[in-house]
Unconditional design. Structure first.
Length: 152
């Protein structure tokens, strides 16, 4: 079940990024971010209303470390960055580059907090990156050949 939900999460992230990128293109970068977070707030309020019986009390929020509240700031930054890159690069790169960044960052976090170093994750991330660079070069070659009228 969780594997299916993870798969669906990946699909929804790509769809979300593409929709937000198009919104930012139409309405401007800042307006795109504002609309994204406004709609997120409205959706959160609806979900909270529907699930109100299972929501914990907010009284314990004062014990939450302050840096845990930076998630909203980071989220706005992520939406802004994605909105910037969506019109500039193909969807495949929009998916793979953040994925490689996630692999490398998660490996660093695992090492710092859990004292776990995974050579496999680092090697996998590097292989993804090498494949992406190779694919970009091949795409550029085919693009150049098609502009010059040479058959690929």
């Amino acid at each position: 079940m969780y594997i299916l939900l993870s798969f669906l999460t990946g699909i929804s992230i790509v769809v979300n990024v593409m929709i937000n990128g198009k919104l930012a293109h139409e309405e401007g970068m800042i307006n795109g971010v504002i609309v994204n977070y406004f709609m997120g707030m409205v959706t959160s309020i609806i979900v909270c209303f529907i699930m109100k019986d299972s929501i914990q009390s907010l009284s314990s929020i004062k014990y939450v470390p302050i840096h845990y509240f930076l998630g909203g700031f980071v989220g706005v930054l992520i939406i802004y960055l994605f909105n910037t890159i969506v019109p500039q690069i193909p969807a495949l790169y929009i998916v793979i580059l953040p994925f490689v960044g996630q692999i490398i960052t998660s490996s660093i976090i695992d090492y710092i907090y859990l004292d776990i170093f995974s050579k496999g994750k680092i090697i996998g991330g590097i292989l993804f990156l090498i494949g992406l660079v190779y694919n970009a070069k091949v795409d550029k070659k085919y693009e150049k050949e098609s502009v010059l009228g040479v058959k690929a």
